[in-house]
Design a protein around this ligand. Structure first.
Ligand SMILES: *Cc1c(COP(=O)(O)O)cnc(C)c1O
Length: 408
């Protein structure tokens, strides 16, 4: 379908690197010599600009300005200011995104708010294969609320749109599956959920910075996402959440902290939520971590999203073709859809010896990751990956794969 003609050699990949309009962005990252990094979908690498910017924040802002930093250095505005930068990355209008807390906590806030927006409906729909924390947060919330509410877990081969009924309050899906890299059709599923009166909540952990997004155009209700994967914000970076403008005045999230208050510095005795997206906030932002995330967001905003997607898919096509060419008899089974419209920015294979194979790859400085039960996962991040990296990775993969048993 998106196949490449004839066998691929290293020279062809060198040519693609020379012609790559994004090639210069690799220089923006601190990538250790000799490492092929295929795990930016778990922890993005360090942008070169981050240490210097962080040092300035610590020494000049915190060190010199002390408490005045909150107002004079704009620290207090960072959750909304970074939210507006993120909004550009996910195709959402300004004023609909804040950077705060973690993905799990943001999910808790928005899932609770979603159930409150649909008080007559009792079910949350998700996928059995969803990332565990998403499912646990939903289970914990239902345990807290009771009232006959329940979680419906559909299988990966079922159409989420078909599962929605009159009792569905919210459909909670991860847009790009963390294990297989399969991407859902955001526009179609969102429309189907809303057509049956449910709210749509997307987890963008493996989408933001990885695939072009148009939350506004898809009319999405609610979304959460992660700062330390494709956005390169650093380990445990703050996460983000999105609330469509139409829901903001009704949004009742459960963590009524002072920074979500209409007037935090009036120190009023009772909670009154802020008017807009600010009511989704709870507490003081971690400024050093916010500043590090901002470096990652600024870098992402330097790249044209259409170019990023084109390169991400080309990396994926070449990686699949190379593995099939070089490791044909090794028993690897492609787990990621080949079809572009159904693929995120990672390529995964299943193999019975996936765990030791990944350990051997990492020992040889080809860093991907293993996911239960038998998945070799390779993140292909177009900001810094070279086409020749694919060649080098597959050469090592071929060497570390066990010789296949010969069956009669
Ligand atoms: C990575 C990831 C998370 C991370 O959650 P944290 O709260 O940051 O630990 C959540 N959901 C999905 C789908 C993820 O891929």
């Amino acid at each position: 379908m998106q196949g490449t003609a004839g066998p691929i050699d290293r020279a062809a990949l060198e040519r693609l690197d020379r012609e790559d309009p994004l090639a210069h962005l690799r220089e923006e990252f601190n990538l250790p010599e000799g490492v092929v990094y295929l795990d930016g979908n778990s922890l993005g690498p360090l942008p070169r600009r981050t240490p210097e910017r962080l040092a300035r924040m610590l020494q000049e802002e915190w060190g010199r300005d002390l408490i005045r930093g909150w107002t004079e250095r704009g620290w207090l505005e960072l959750p909304l200011a970074l939210g507006d930068k993120l909004a550009r990355i996910i195709g959402a209008p300004a004023g609909t995104v804040v950077v705060s807390d973690t993905t799990s906590i943001n999910l808790f806030k928005l899932l609770t708010a979603a159930l409150r927006l649909c008080p007559d409906r009792r079910t949350i729909i998700t996928e059995a294969c969803n990332f565990p924390t998403d499912v646990y947060i939903a289970e914990g919330l239902l345990d807290l609320l009771g009232g006959g509410r329940r979680l419906v877990r559909i299988e990966a081969d079922e159409d989420p749109a078909e599962a929605v009924d009159d009792d569905t309050a919210v459909v909670m899906l991860t847009h790009v599956d963390y294990r297989s890299g399969r991407m859902h059709d955001m526009a179609r599923i969102t429309a189907a959920a809303q057509h049956r009166g449910a709210l749509m909540l997307w987890d963008l952990a493996h989408s933001a910075g990885a695939v072009p997004l148009d939350l506004g155009g898809c009319n999405v209700d609610l979304a959460v996402g992660c700062g330390y994967k494709y956005l390169n914000g650093g380990p445990g970076a703050p996460a983000f959440l999105y609330v469509a403008e139409r829901w903001q005045h009704e949004l009742n999230q459960p963590l009524w902290g002072w920074l979500g208050h209409a007037e935090p510095f009036a120190f009023e005795p009772r909670y009154r939520p802020a008017a807009g997206i600010g009511r989704a906030l709870c507490s003081s932002p971690p400024i050093a971590a916010m500043v590090a995330l901002e470096c990652g967001l600024d870098l992402m905003l330097q790249a044209d999203p259409a170019e990023l997607r084109r390169k991400s898919l080309a990396l994926g096509d070449h990686f699949i073709a190379l593995v099939e060419q070089e490791c044909a008899s090794a028993g690897l089974i492609l787990f990621t859809p080949r079809e572009h419209a159904r693929r995120g920015s990672q390529v995964c294979f299943r193999h019975p010896a996936a765990r030791p194979v990944m350990q051997a790859l990492i020992a040889r400085e080809v860093i991907g990751d293993f996911r239960e039960p038998d998945v070799l996962r390779f993140g292909l991040c177009p900001l810094y990956l070279r086409y020749t990296d694919l060649w080098d990775a597959v050469a090592v993969l071929r060497e570390v794969l066990p010789a296949r048993e010969v069956r009669p």
